[in-house]
Design a protein around this ligand. Sequence first.
Ligand code: NDP
Ligand code: 8X3
Length: 253
Amino acid sequence: MKDLKTALITGASSGIGAATARLLAQKDIQLILCGRRQERLHELQQELSSKTNVQTLVFDVRNREEVLKSIQSLPESFSKIDILINNAGNAHGLDPIQNGNWEDWDNMIDGNVKGLLYVSQAVIPGMTNRNSGQIINIGSIAAKEVYTNGNVYCASKHAVDAITKGMRIDLNPHGIRVGAIHPGMVLTEFSEVRFKGDKSRAENVYKGFDPLLAKDIAEIIDFMISRPSHVTIGDIVVLPTAQASSTVLHKKS
Ligand code: NDP
Ligand code: 8X3
């Protein structure tokens, strides 16, 4: 029996996280799939269980106690986490700061920033004890640039960029690899969440050009984790070819 690595993926119930789970399931990696939507996680577990061992954990990354309790509840065979993919997150709203909704702000700061920290806090001690591990944080082009009405979402992703750099420095003595991927527009449920279920507004975001697909990001994650142990990929910005920056997008008319 092969010695399987273990990866914990947050936000595995949809989009980039689900695509990553599907790809890593084919790579001798056992999976811990996390999210709030239990039914979706169970469906994915069923789909992948013929390929690898899969555990699901249902928690809201904003709830620190839930996060710690869930991760501590993992059975022994899943307790040594080699790879942490901090992917859970969303944008909520796209409003000028003067019209911003504080609940949206809380959602983004608590989910995208504090949630990433809570999950990391639960996983990192095992990695530092073993002096090995890899953490991949999903940032965004919004971590590198600020665009109109992106204010708090951009701030939350700038924080992910800074936290990634800080983690890489602090975990350096332990030989833990830390990197981030910063995608431009990826066709997932992201815009549906940002626009609070308005499907036609969400679909419009991706019309007239070829956006990135969730599996494009999954392939980059697979590349990062399959490098030899002396290689850390620290930072990747990946864009649809039609997108030159967060605001320059060439749509076919
Ligand atoms: P989706 O909306 O398809 O997926 C978001 C995932 O995050 C879901 O699985 C959701 O699970 C999970 N999630 C969100 N909030 C919470 C929470 N509070 N607690 C636990 N899980 C949560 O979008 P994407 O796949 O596109 O998003 C994944 C990451 O990629 C995010 O960090 C996003 O900011 C980033 N990103 C996306 C881009 C895009 O254009 N799509 C571009 C750049 C970055 P559930 O609802 O079940 O809890
Ligand atoms: C998601 C991409 O351009 O909406 O992070 O910020 S963008």
